[in-house]
Design a protein around this ligand. Sequence first.
Ligand code: ZN
Length: 330
Amino acid sequence: MQPSSIAASVDFDRDGIQHGFLKMPFSRDDSAWGAVMIPITVVRNGSGPTVLFTGGNHGDEYEGPIALFDLAATLRAEEINGRAIIVPAMNYPAFEVGRRTSPIDGGNLNRVFPGRPDGTVTEKIADYFQRHLLPLADIVVDIHSGGRTLDFLPFAAIHVLDDAVQQERCRAAMAAFNAPYSLTLVELHSVGMYDSAAEEMGKVFVSTELGGGGGASAGTVAIAKRGVRNVLRHAGILAGDIEGGPSVKLDMPDPRCYVTSESNGLLEMCADLGVSVRAGQVIARVHPADRTGVAPVDYHAGIDGVLAGRHFPGLVKMGDFLALVAVVAP
Ligand code: ZN
């Protein structure tokens, strides 16, 4: 296999704390011999387990970058046993411009795994994680939020996996993250996802959706900051007990959880996040925005559950995700 064009300025096997970059040469009009510089921190002390933390997989989601820039600045090597690899803004070109996808190649990093060493900038980032960073990790935590177009209840999530032992280890790590909600889901389109790449390698993988709307609140940032340290405690890397209260378990049993818009117009949500809904209940209406006197189109919950996600902006288009209804599990 072709070598990666990315070089890390940190030594993953050295004890202590190192702040550096994943550096990828990127020649372009405004910087002929320039490079993409992705910030990375490695904190290591001894031969304990490794947690790989990532945020900014999508560039318009902020709880992950805030919590991970903070963790990188505050975690001390003396207080750990093992290693934390921290990449606060994984798709750095997208993060720099506050967009979900890369402004360089349009790449959605969470859809191009395993990537290519000779591919686009986004594919090269994926390839580096696939072949160089994921193999180093025992536990992988990838912090997402809704970004500019979605909003979610704050949840940590794992996938239903073929390997029951691996799934149980993921579940335990999700419980340790201790978001207010913990969701077990069947992924509908897992091809190309970072999640799938890590899971297929046998890693313990936890992702999150901690809010949305293209910003971050004090509450959701606090959940992320607490969650990353809780996972380090769970792994035995950091001493101390898991912090936080009970987490509501949610399931997404089938595709009826998702409601998709089949019309264009003005979105009126009829239920807010966290509210219980019944199958058949109107949860959203889309009003035609180009004329008066036309009735809105009603959208119904497909199952009984709790409203766990929604379209964020005020206008909606045909094909947009409208709402997610999750089932509260015992
Ligand atoms: Zn995301």
